[in-house]
Ligand binder design. Structure first.
Ligand code: BGC
Length: 377
């Protein structure tokens, strides 16, 4: 009997152990499942891999997120809002906790970020603002008004000094809020020179009509941008520049000034103006310090670029994501209204780069390696 009781006790104990073990397994299965669905913590969506600018961002993000110890995935939308939405949905399905997104179209992206917010995901608008929704938690960007001001100031500084110098205006895509900010910044510097006849706008009747207005409304900016948009595409910039030069009168050639919104469009526009023999000299702006444009600057084919240190922007976006994941206060410096809310914002300054400081600003600062360029002095 005593033996039987002992045996019975052992059987019960083994049974209990087995139950606990199975229970444990279940829990760890649950943990596993949870881990699997939470595999990606930070999802990043960028507008296109066809522009060196956004490849810079991808590389810097991957380096910095790896170092910070976060799992992440970068997806490109290839200039297509529908693909952008699918990208966001794919990242939501992977369990991301933070979405860092640079929209192709600032208004159209509202639906995607609303879908993310509905899953409790925090949204950081990266470089370009997302408009018309209150579901953007934060915004990290460069000071885009300053970008336009820096471009315009360069043109003013390099002007011939002769009254009536031709000025060609070009802008980014109207679906990108930044295109408005760049143009607005440029206009504040160029407008007094257009108003007093120092510069004569050669390719926008809307700009000529508005030449006496120091501050333009969004609608007025839209009218000018509508005539001079490149859609951020070098091929559009090239054909617009070609048609502008074809219809330009003789006095709109000679020594000219060109406001080009970024490096990709600047190279296309510069090549077009260079091939017109009636254009004797041109000063052309840019933005992004893309490697091919840095080479253009070294070679004297593009006059300047506005350097936006992507390392800083990426660092800011990641430290925001880190604060969100650690449930700490997020460091912001300003607010930006997106039509629905004042979005807490962190802004970064920009630097004008031309032949005089190209080496110091971009190579000595270790942003690029010297061997990426030829004839760098
Ligand atoms: C960015 C620029 C870029 C442009 C075209 C803008 O929103 O701020 O850096 O050149 O988009 O992609």
């Amino acid at each position: 009997m005593k033996n039987f009781t002992r045996l019975f006790a052992i059987v019960i104990a083994l049974f209990m152990l087995a139950t606990v073990a199975v229970g444990c397994n279940k829990d760890s299965d649950k943990e596993e499942g949870k881990k699997e669905s939470k595999e990606i913590q930070v999802g990043i969506v960028l507008p296109t891999k066809d522009e060196p600018r956004w490849i810079q961002d991808k590389t810097r993000f991957e380096d910095a997120l790896d170092e910070a110890g976060y799992t992440s995935e970068v997806l490109f939308s290839q200039g297509d809002s529908a693909k952008e939405k699918t990208n966001v949905e794919a990242l939501i399905a992977k369990g991301i906790e933070v979405l860092i997104i640079c929209p192709h179209d600032g208004a159209a992206a509202a639906a995607s970020v609303e879908a993310a917010a509905a899953e409790g995901i925090k949204v950081i608008a990266y470089d370009r603002l997302i408009t018309g929704t209150d579901k953007v938690d934060y915004y990290v960007s460069f000071d885009s008004i300053s970008v336009g001001k820096a471009q315009a100031q360069y043109l003013v500084d390099k002007a011939s000094g002769k009254k009536g110098q031709p000025l060609y205006l070009y802008a980014g895509a109207a679906s990108d809020n930044n295109a408005f900010l760049f143009f607005e910044g440029a206009w504040t510097v160029l407008q007094p020179k257009i108003a007093d006849g120092t510069f004569v706008v050669a390719n926008s009747t809307e700009a000529i009509t508005l030449k006496d207005k120091a501050k333009l409304s969004r609608e007025e900016l839209g009218k000018i941008i509508g005539q001079v948009t490149t859609d951020w595409k070098p091929e559009v910039a090239k054909s617009l520049a070609e048609s502008n030069l074809t219809s330009a009168k003789a006095d709109a050639k000679g020594e000219v000034l060109i406001l080009a919104p970024n490096d990709g469009t600047a190279r296309a526009i510069a090549d077009t103006f260079k091939s017109d023999t009636a254009v004797t000299k041109f000063t052309v702006t840019g933005q992004d310090a893309e490697v091919p444009s840095v080479q253009y600057i070294i070679d004297g084919k593009q006059s300047m670029t506005v350097f936006k240190d992507v390392r800083t922007l990426v660092k800011d976006a990641i430290s925001m994501a880190k604060s969100i994941l650690d449930k700490k206060d997020v460091d912001v410096t300003a607010k930006t209204n997106n039509g629905k809310k004042d979005v807490p914002t962190k802004q970064t300054e920009v630097v004008t780069v031309d032949q005089a400081n190209v080496k110091a600003a971009l190579v000595d600062s270790e942003y690029y390696k010297a061997d990426e360029f030829q004839n760098l002095k």
